[in-house]
Write a protein that binds this ligand. Structure first.
Ligand code: FES
Length: 214
């Protein structure tokens, strides 16, 4: 598990103005991460090769991610419109476990407006059950949660943890569909961005909702 020894707001070297901007705060929070950061970098690579040019990215161009080699339980991070976007290949067991968590979650059906597009309002909160796509920014104050994908107890995690994401800034938990647990600071599920999956399932394109836009 990645250990955050310094929260951004507790780090005297961090300009407070940076923390008021959620997107900039993400990068600040990432820079504050130490300890297991190298391990996470290995397990959760930032896929720079999939990113468009700086000019296209600045304009908010769609970002295509090759998921053909993504194994079950693997997560990749790309950047879209200055935000970290997670693309996770869930195993069939992980998808099945989602059904058992509803009574622990604040908004299990993703009924609240603003964070879940219509295409993802289903039990797995995605287009394809096995491929989950979300904006990796906590809905509380904008830190970047840590992927804790493996099931089982761990430091700071609930004893019956089924895998998900943990925000170390103030202790919020999200399941492997980005659904927020009850009684944590984060008020909403993680945002699902617009995206499409190619017909053969080999690519995910973030930033469009219709293949015709590709
Ligand atoms: S920013 Fe994630 S819990 Fe506060």
């Amino acid at each position: 598990m990645t250990e955050f020894t310094t929260r951004p707001e507790d780090d005297a070297s961090v300009d407070p103005d940076l923390l008021s901007d959620p997107q900039r705060r993400f990068w600040v929070a990432s820079a504050c991460a130490v300890g297991g950061a190298a391990g996470v970098a290995t397990a959760v690579p930032f896929v720079g090769s999939f990113a468009p040019s700086d000019k296209a990215r600045a304009a908010g161009a769609p970002v295509e991610v090759d998921v053909s080699g993504l194994k079950a339980g693997e997560l990749r991070t790309v950047e879209w419109r200055g935000k970290p976007i997670w693309v996770l290949r869930r195993s069939s067991a992980q998808v099945e476990d989602l059904k058992s968590l509803d009574n622990k979650l604040a908004d299990p059906q993703s009924d609240r407006p603003g964070y879940t597009p219509d295409f993802a309002k289903n039990e797995h909160r995605s287009r394809d059950p096995d491929v989950f796509v979300a904006v990796g920014i906590c809905t509380h104050l904008g830190c970047s949660p840590t992927p804790e994908l493996a099931a089982g107890p761990g430091p700071g995690l609930p004893p019956d943890w089924k895998g998900g994401f943990f925000c170390p800034c103030h202790g919020s938990y999200f399941d492997l569909a980005g659904r927020v647990y009850k009684n944590v600071p984060a008020p909403d599920n993680l945002e699902v961005p617009p995206y499409v999956v190619s017909a053969d399932g080999s690519t995910v394109t973030v930033g469009i909702e219709d293949e015709d836009q590709a």
